[in-house]
Write a protein that binds this ligand. Structure first.
Ligand SMILES: O=P(O)(O)OC[C@H]1O[C@H](OP(=O)(O)OP(=O)(O)O)[C@H](O)[C@@H]1O
Ligand SMILES: O=c1[nH]c(=O)c2nc[nH]c2[nH]1
Length: 190
């Protein structure tokens, strides 16, 4: 998606440890006009699929998932990373190692919000090693819901998480795939 690639090139900052900082428009300050365009593009790519729910993971997936969901007309469920007095009843859980927090979380989703009747699209801002998606797909497996696929804003292809999941037959649609990056340069997959 050219408009996203252009924003990455003009505002993205490559940091150490394979971190691409795009906090001016994606995951701290959020450009809702851009999110809306991403939702339109994901709706176009998944137009032939019946989708009943969008699943994401806190924190940075939530904003984009909500705007994307406007294009599908379905609710958003987000996996929580911590215990809460607000979280009761039966839960699906899965361990997920967080790329930026560098620690493992037990993610949790209430069983009442994802059932085997659901056809679920997973949305997230980044795909790197694939840990977040693996945890979310694990939860969907526990629920018996149908996994339609995943829509991602930025995939860092060189970290391999997306391609490993594609090799398992999962449909992963990323709007920009960074193939290589370093000080002062970012190269996309065609
Ligand atoms: O493919 P992966 O290696 O799992 O990386 C992708 C995940 O990393 C980030 O979450 P993170 O927990 O780092 O930060 P957040 O709390 O801001 O969402 C991002 O929002 C994705 O969920
Ligand atoms: O802002 C971010 N930059 C990244 O490179 C990244 N990888 C996973 N999650 C990420 N978030």
């Amino acid at each position: 998606m050219q408009v996203l690639k252009d924003r990455i090139l003009t505002e993205g900052v490559v940091k150490g440890g394979n971190v691409l900082k795009v906090d001016s428009f994606l995951n701290h300050q959020m450009d809702i006009t851009l999110f809306d365009a991403m939702g339109e593009e994901l709706k176009r790519r998944f137009k032939d699929e019946k989708i009943t729910k969008i699943l994401t993971i806190e924190a940075s997936g939530i904003g984009i998932a909500c705007i994307v969901a406007r294009h599908f007309g379905v609710p958003v469920v987000f996996a929580k990373k911590s215990e809460s007095k607000n979280l009761d009843g039966d839960l699906y859980t899965s361990p997920v190692y967080s790329f930026t927090h560098q620690k493992e979380y037990m993610i949790r989703v209430s069983k009442k919000f994802i059932t085997e009747e659901d056809r679920v699209l997973v949305i997230d801002d980044f795909l790197a090693n694939g840990k977040a998606l693996i945890g979310l797909f694990d939860i969907l497996g526990q629920s018996g819901a149908t996994v339609v696929g995943a829509g991602i804003a930025i995939e860092k292809g060189f970290q391999g998480g997306g391609d490993a999941l594609r090799e398992q037959g999962l449909r992963i649609e990323s709007l920009a795939i960074v193939e290589e990056m370093g000080e002062g340069f970012i190269k996309f997959r065609d």
